[in-house]
Ligand binder design. Structure first.
Ligand SMILES: N[C@@H](CCC(=O)N[C@@H](CS)C(=O)NCC(=O)O)C(=O)O
Length: 217
Protein backbone atom coordinates (compact mmCIF):
# COMPACT_ATOMS: atom_id res chain seq x y z
CA UNK A 1 0.00 0.00 0.00
CA UNK A 2 1.43 3.39 -0.96
CA UNK A 3 0.41 6.70 0.58
CA UNK A 4 1.36 9.80 -1.40
CA UNK A 5 1.57 13.06 0.52
CA UNK A 6 3.47 15.23 2.95
CA UNK A 7 3.22 13.83 6.43
CA UNK A 8 2.68 17.23 8.04
CA UNK A 9 -0.41 17.85 5.92
CA UNK A 10 -3.59 17.51 8.02
CA UNK A 11 -5.39 15.36 5.45
CA UNK A 12 -2.40 13.03 5.20
CA UNK A 13 -2.04 12.95 9.01
CA UNK A 14 -5.62 11.64 9.26
CA UNK A 15 -4.79 8.68 7.06
CA UNK A 16 -1.50 7.95 8.84
CA UNK A 17 -3.19 7.98 12.27
CA UNK A 18 -5.84 5.61 10.88
CA UNK A 19 -3.13 3.25 9.59
CA UNK A 20 -1.31 3.37 12.93
CA UNK A 21 -4.50 2.61 14.86
CA UNK A 22 -5.19 -0.36 12.62
CA UNK A 23 -1.60 -1.59 12.40
CA UNK A 24 -1.55 -1.21 8.60
CA UNK A 25 1.86 -1.14 6.92
CA UNK A 26 2.27 1.36 4.13
CA UNK A 27 4.98 2.95 2.07
CA UNK A 28 5.07 6.72 2.46
CA UNK A 29 5.85 8.59 -0.76
CA UNK A 30 6.58 12.24 -0.08
CA UNK A 31 4.78 14.71 -2.32
CA UNK A 32 4.85 18.33 -1.16
CA UNK A 33 1.94 20.65 -2.12
CA UNK A 34 3.03 22.98 -4.90
CA UNK A 35 4.11 22.45 -8.53
CA UNK A 36 4.63 18.67 -8.08
CA UNK A 37 0.87 18.21 -7.64
CA UNK A 38 0.26 19.69 -11.10
CA UNK A 39 2.71 17.36 -12.89
CA UNK A 40 1.11 14.88 -15.34
CA UNK A 41 2.42 11.85 -13.39
CA UNK A 42 0.72 13.06 -10.20
CA UNK A 43 -2.46 14.14 -12.01
CA UNK A 44 -2.72 10.57 -13.29
CA UNK A 45 -3.02 9.48 -9.65
CA UNK A 46 -5.40 12.26 -8.67
CA UNK A 47 -6.78 14.59 -11.35
CA UNK A 48 -7.76 17.01 -8.57
CA UNK A 49 -4.04 17.54 -7.93
CA UNK A 50 -4.33 17.02 -4.19
CA UNK A 51 -2.81 14.87 -1.49
CA UNK A 52 -3.36 12.35 0.00
CA UNK A 53 -3.57 9.60 -2.59
CA UNK A 54 -3.69 5.92 -1.67
CA UNK A 55 -2.59 3.15 -4.01
CA UNK A 56 -3.50 -0.39 -3.05
CA UNK A 57 -2.72 -2.83 -5.88
CA UNK A 58 -5.09 -1.87 -8.69
CA UNK A 59 -6.97 0.71 -6.59
CA UNK A 60 -5.99 4.39 -6.67
CA UNK A 61 -8.09 6.86 -4.69
CA UNK A 62 -7.85 10.41 -3.41
CA UNK A 63 -9.62 12.22 -0.57
CA UNK A 64 -8.67 11.51 3.03
CA UNK A 65 -12.19 10.68 4.23
CA UNK A 66 -12.76 8.26 1.36
CA UNK A 67 -9.39 6.63 2.05
CA UNK A 68 -10.24 6.29 5.76
CA UNK A 69 -13.56 4.68 4.87
CA UNK A 70 -11.79 2.26 2.52
CA UNK A 71 -9.25 1.32 5.19
CA UNK A 72 -12.07 0.74 7.66
CA UNK A 73 -13.94 -1.45 5.18
CA UNK A 74 -10.80 -3.44 4.37
CA UNK A 75 -9.51 -3.71 7.95
CA UNK A 76 -12.63 -3.63 10.13
CA UNK A 77 -11.14 -5.24 13.25
CA UNK A 78 -10.15 -1.92 14.84
CA UNK A 79 -12.91 0.33 13.52
CA UNK A 80 -12.63 4.11 13.41
CA UNK A 81 -16.41 4.50 13.12
CA UNK A 82 -18.84 4.53 16.06
CA UNK A 83 -21.25 1.59 16.25
CA UNK A 84 -24.55 3.46 16.62
CA UNK A 85 -25.99 4.58 13.26
CA UNK A 86 -26.75 8.12 14.43
CA UNK A 87 -23.32 8.44 16.01
CA UNK A 88 -21.78 7.32 12.72
CA UNK A 89 -23.71 10.08 10.96
CA UNK A 90 -22.65 12.62 13.61
CA UNK A 91 -19.03 11.50 13.31
CA UNK A 92 -19.17 11.98 9.54
CA UNK A 93 -20.77 15.38 10.01
CA UNK A 94 -18.09 16.53 12.48
CA UNK A 95 -15.44 15.26 10.08
CA UNK A 96 -16.99 17.31 7.30
CA UNK A 97 -17.24 20.32 9.63
CA UNK A 98 -13.58 19.95 10.57
CA UNK A 99 -12.59 19.93 6.89
CA UNK A 100 -14.87 22.77 5.81
CA UNK A 101 -14.81 25.15 8.80
CA UNK A 102 -11.83 24.33 11.00
CA UNK A 103 -9.17 23.52 8.40
CA UNK A 104 -9.33 26.89 6.60
CA UNK A 105 -8.56 28.66 9.92
CA UNK A 106 -5.80 26.20 10.84
CA UNK A 107 -4.35 26.46 7.34
CA UNK A 108 -3.98 30.23 7.60
CA UNK A 109 -1.95 29.88 10.81
CA UNK A 110 0.23 27.13 9.35
CA UNK A 111 0.89 29.00 6.12
CA UNK A 112 1.24 32.54 7.44
CA UNK A 113 3.09 31.92 10.69
CA UNK A 114 5.17 28.83 9.94
CA UNK A 115 5.63 28.21 6.22
CA UNK A 116 5.81 31.69 4.63
CA UNK A 117 8.39 33.29 6.93
CA UNK A 118 10.46 30.15 7.57
CA UNK A 119 10.41 28.27 4.29
CA UNK A 120 9.61 30.85 1.63
CA UNK A 121 11.21 33.78 3.49
CA UNK A 122 8.10 35.83 2.82
CA UNK A 123 6.37 38.14 5.29
CA UNK A 124 3.40 36.91 7.30
CA UNK A 125 0.08 38.46 6.35
CA UNK A 126 -0.65 39.84 9.82
CA UNK A 127 -4.11 41.00 8.83
CA UNK A 128 -5.09 37.47 7.75
CA UNK A 129 -3.71 36.06 11.02
CA UNK A 130 -5.56 38.61 13.17
CA UNK A 131 -8.80 38.08 11.30
CA UNK A 132 -8.45 34.32 11.67
CA UNK A 133 -7.65 34.44 15.39
CA UNK A 134 -10.22 37.09 16.32
CA UNK A 135 -13.08 36.49 13.91
CA UNK A 136 -12.87 33.15 12.12
CA UNK A 137 -11.72 30.69 14.78
CA UNK A 138 -14.09 31.70 17.64
CA UNK A 139 -17.46 30.64 16.16
CA UNK A 140 -15.94 27.37 14.92
CA UNK A 141 -14.41 26.58 18.30
CA UNK A 142 -17.66 27.62 20.06
CA UNK A 143 -19.51 24.98 18.04
CA UNK A 144 -16.88 22.34 18.72
CA UNK A 145 -16.90 23.22 22.44
CA UNK A 146 -20.66 22.47 22.46
CA UNK A 147 -20.05 19.10 20.81
CA UNK A 148 -17.20 18.05 23.10
CA UNK A 149 -17.88 15.89 26.16
CA UNK A 150 -16.27 16.70 29.52
CA UNK A 151 -14.54 13.31 29.56
CA UNK A 152 -13.52 10.72 27.01
CA UNK A 153 -13.57 11.25 23.26
CA UNK A 154 -16.30 12.55 20.96
CA UNK A 155 -18.16 9.22 20.84
CA UNK A 156 -17.15 7.38 23.99
CA UNK A 157 -13.71 5.99 24.75
CA UNK A 158 -12.87 4.68 21.27
CA UNK A 159 -11.12 7.07 18.90
CA UNK A 160 -13.11 7.61 15.69
CA UNK A 161 -12.96 9.56 12.42
CA UNK A 162 -14.36 12.70 14.07
CA UNK A 163 -11.59 12.77 16.71
CA UNK A 164 -8.96 12.12 14.05
CA UNK A 165 -10.34 14.89 11.83
CA UNK A 166 -10.77 17.58 14.48
CA UNK A 167 -7.44 17.02 16.19
CA UNK A 168 -5.46 16.59 12.96
CA UNK A 169 -6.59 20.05 11.90
CA UNK A 170 -5.75 21.55 15.28
CA UNK A 171 -2.23 20.09 15.12
CA UNK A 172 -1.77 22.10 11.92
CA UNK A 173 -2.85 25.26 13.77
CA UNK A 174 -0.46 24.40 16.60
CA UNK A 175 2.44 24.30 14.14
CA UNK A 176 1.37 27.83 13.24
CA UNK A 177 1.52 28.88 16.92
CA UNK A 178 -2.21 28.63 17.61
CA UNK A 179 -3.59 26.46 20.41
CA UNK A 180 -7.16 26.25 21.70
CA UNK A 181 -7.46 28.65 24.65
CA UNK A 182 -8.30 26.53 27.69
CA UNK A 183 -9.98 29.46 29.48
CA UNK A 184 -12.39 30.17 26.67
CA UNK A 185 -12.95 26.61 25.36
CA UNK A 186 -12.12 24.41 28.39
CA UNK A 187 -13.76 21.16 27.24
CA UNK A 188 -12.28 21.34 23.76
CA UNK A 189 -8.82 22.21 25.02
CA UNK A 190 -8.77 19.32 27.54
CA UNK A 191 -10.16 16.94 24.92
CA UNK A 192 -7.42 17.88 22.41
CA UNK A 193 -4.80 17.04 25.03
CA UNK A 194 -6.47 13.68 25.66
CA UNK A 195 -6.45 12.81 21.96
CA UNK A 196 -2.84 13.94 21.53
CA UNK A 197 -1.76 11.68 24.37
CA UNK A 198 -3.03 8.59 22.51
CA UNK A 199 -0.16 6.43 21.16
CA UNK A 200 -1.21 6.69 17.49
CA UNK A 201 -1.16 10.50 17.58
CA UNK A 202 2.09 10.56 19.56
CA UNK A 203 3.75 8.25 17.05
CA UNK A 204 2.47 10.23 14.09
CA UNK A 205 3.63 13.58 15.48
CA UNK A 206 7.04 12.14 16.34
CA UNK A 207 7.39 11.07 12.68
CA UNK A 208 6.47 14.58 11.52
CA UNK A 209 9.30 16.24 13.44
CA UNK A 210 11.94 15.72 10.75
CA UNK A 211 9.93 17.47 8.03
CA UNK A 212 8.88 20.19 10.45
CA UNK A 213 12.52 20.83 11.36
CA UNK A 214 13.37 21.14 7.66
CA UNK A 215 10.77 23.91 7.29
CA UNK A 216 12.08 25.86 10.26
CA UNK A 217 15.79 25.24 9.55
N1 LIG B 1 -10.93 16.81 0.42
C1 LIG B 1 -9.54 16.49 0.26
C2 LIG B 1 -8.73 17.75 0.42
C3 LIG B 1 -7.26 17.48 0.17
C4 LIG B 1 -6.44 18.72 0.32
O1 LIG B 1 -6.95 19.85 0.45
N2 LIG B 1 -5.14 18.51 0.31
C5 LIG B 1 -4.23 19.63 0.37
C6 LIG B 1 -3.12 19.35 1.38
S1 LIG B 1 -3.77 19.18 3.01
C7 LIG B 1 -3.61 19.78 -0.98
O2 LIG B 1 -3.31 18.82 -1.65
N3 LIG B 1 -3.46 21.04 -1.41
C8 LIG B 1 -2.82 21.33 -2.63
C9 LIG B 1 -3.57 22.30 -3.45
O3 LIG B 1 -4.69 22.68 -3.07
O4 LIG B 1 -3.03 22.68 -4.47
C10 LIG B 1 -9.12 15.44 1.30
O5 LIG B 1 -9.75 15.37 2.36
O6 LIG B 1 -8.18 14.68 1.02
Amino acid sequence: MKLHGAIISPNVRKVIVTCLLKGIDFESITVIPGPDLKKPEFLKLNPLGMIPVLEDDDLTIGDSNIIMQYLDDKYPDVSVYPIDVKDRARARWLSEYAGSALLPCCGVMFREVLVKPNYYKQPTDEQAVNETVNEKFPPVLDYLEEQTPATGLLFGEQICIADINVVSMLVTAKYGGYSVDGERWPKLSAYVHRVLSLPAFKQCLAAEKELLNKITA
